[in-house]
Design a protein. Structure first.
Length: 474
């Protein structure tokens, strides 16, 4: 069993002040694989102090120096890609299909951000004024467990590019993945104090980051409920906040869609990352008159979604991350049944022969109405709800009838029609006929509207959230 009791503060691995521990469990077989010593408020304060001191010099580095650090971080992470993948599988249950995409994508963010730096005029003349973009200060980066390395890198790269120093509070459930990341960060040779990592619980270490007066900005990815706490806490010292929160995204199958292609696309967008993805399309909106044909297409496509041990190459759905998450997902499936939805595939309980881990059956509900709990709340597991619509206007109305607005999905053979519909969807991103394009080197933004969050990540949009313009008139 691995023992993790150190944070990374001021360029060194240091023992935790905290004494409380958390066991990390392999979700595939429920064995304890690591014991993490959780940090306390003092650890967080030490890291904030180191970041504050380092900001004095790092904030004045040239763009070329920052580009060099971004390159070094890319290289350090990329050099250990296979190790990252192995630990992601062991600790999280990640499957091959998603692991490489997530880890290689994480490293690539640093290269993309290098390019982005060339696109931003850090100093420009606006009328009489000289406008300078300045780093906001120490940034607290708080991240979830579902794509641990990717989420950290997606905040770290723009923060460093902007000239900020950071304290990272990763999910306590990703300690082994983060340990490896800390080693990569250490080997990259970024000056001490610029990047600090503190392991610990949200209401302890996270709380310190969101309330401490020396933290100027918090970038948070996680649940909407915690996001609201973060925002309330941050208000007291007027911290800048970026919030990347939950979703309940609609996937509209237009009546011109190729039904089998659409079914494949729906399952890929709905079950990605073991069903634990914020952007998953989980409300499947289908034309009323095509329901029976689409149900048949789903049943034809489902056998490809093989659940099992994520170390095996042909497995596309691994376990849920923890027992808590497993029970949560099971509870939602039962709730769907209790509220009158009908199971088309899957259901409560575990797939046969997979009782040793936190495996759940990929589930499709039909006869769902948009007011049911399974259509309104984020389940964060492989559970899809099929809802019928009468015409395009009805589809848009149902899609937008949600507290969330993270992502939209559209299946169509008519791109123009898909684009026109996308314009009407209340979401930060809409994907027409494609599952992923988030590492787009051009730096298109991602993020949510409504209760899916505030602000955008990637490219100049992400970078600008770590910068404050100052106008000087002379
Ligand atoms: P979570 O909200 O429980 O935790 C996220 C992080 O916040 C963790 O590091 C946690 O320790 C910390 N935290 C908890 N309480 C805190 C507090 N009081 N103050 C400060 N920090 C605190 O989320 P999770 O269960 O780790 O992740 C799943 C959620 O994340 C889902 O809702 C999912 O939709 C969301 N998510 C969103 C995106 C996005 O880009 N929009 C991406 C991935 C995940």
């Amino acid at each position: 069993m691995k023992v993790i009791k150190q944070h990374y503060i001021n360029g060194r691995f240091v023992d935790s002040h905290g004494t409380e521990t958390l066991d990390i469990v392999n979700p595939t077989n429920k064995t304890v694989i690591a014991r993490l010593t959780l940090g306390d408020e003092q650890d967080a304060r030490d890291a904030i102090g180191a970041a504050k001191a380092a900001f004095q010099t790092y904030s004045k580095t040239s763009i070329e120096e920052r580009k060099d650090y971004l390159q070094r971080l890319h290289d350090a992470i990329a050099a250990r890609t296979d190790e990252h993948i192995a630990v992601r599988t062991e600790e999280y249950g990640g499957v091959a299909r998603h692991n490489r995409f997530s880890i290689e994508g994480a490293a690539k963010i640093f290269l993309n951000m290098k390019k982005t730096l060339d696109e931003v005029p850090f100093v420009k003349k606006v009328g009489q004024a000289k406008v300078t973009l300045k780093p906001v200060g120490v940034a607290g980066l708080i991240t979830p467990w579902n794509s641990a390395i990717f989420m950290v890198c997606n905040k770290l790269a723009p923060a460093l590019a902007a000239g900020c120093t950071v304290v990272i509070k990763p999910s306590e459930l990703s300690a082994m993945q983060i340990q490896l990341l800390m080693e990569c960060i250490d080997s990259a040779g970024v000056p001490p104090g610029v990047i600090n990592v503190v392991n610990g619980l949200g209401h302890v270490v996270g709380n310190e980051l969101t309330t401490h007066p020396d933290v100027a900005k918090v970038s948070f990815t996680g649940s909407t409920i915690v996001g609201k706490t973060v925002m309330r806490n941050a208000a007291e010292t007027m911290k800048r906040v970026t919030l990347e929160l939950g979703g309940k995204s609609a996937h509209i199958i237009l009546d011109d869609a190729d039904i089998d292609q659409a079914a494949e696309f729906v399952l890929s967008a709905g079950f990605m990352n073991n069903g634990q993805a914020c952007i998953s399309g989980t409300r499947i909106l289908v034309p009323e008159h095509k329901l029976e044909a689409i149900k048949a297409a789903f049943l034809r496509a489902m056998p490809k979604w093989k659940v099992g041990n994520p170390t095996e190459d042909d497995i596309v759905l691994g376990p849920l991350v923890t027992e808590k998450q497993f029970n949560r997902v099971q509870g939602y499936i039962q709730k769907g049944i209790d509220e009158g939805a009908e199971i088309l595939a899957g259901g409560v309980g575990q797939p046969k022969g997979l009782e040793a881990g936190f495996f759940t059956k990929p589930t499709i509900f039909v006869n769902v109405t948009n007011d049911m709990t399974i259509a309104r709340e984020e389940i964060f597991g492989p559970v899809l709800s099929v809802i019928t619509y009468k015409d395009d206007g009805d589809a848009v109305r149902i899609a937008n009838d949600s507290a969330y607005g993270l992502q939209g999905w559209i299946s169509t053979t008519n791109l123009q029609r898909g684009q026109a519909l996308a314009d009407q969807i209340e979401a930060g991103v809409v994907m027409v006929n494609q599952v992923f394009n988030l590492f787009d080197e051009a730096g298109a933004p991602a993020g949510g509207v409504k209760q899916s969050g505030i602000g955008r990540e990637f490219g100049t949009y992400g970078l600008s959230s770590y910068l404050e313009p100052q106008a000087v008139f002379f």
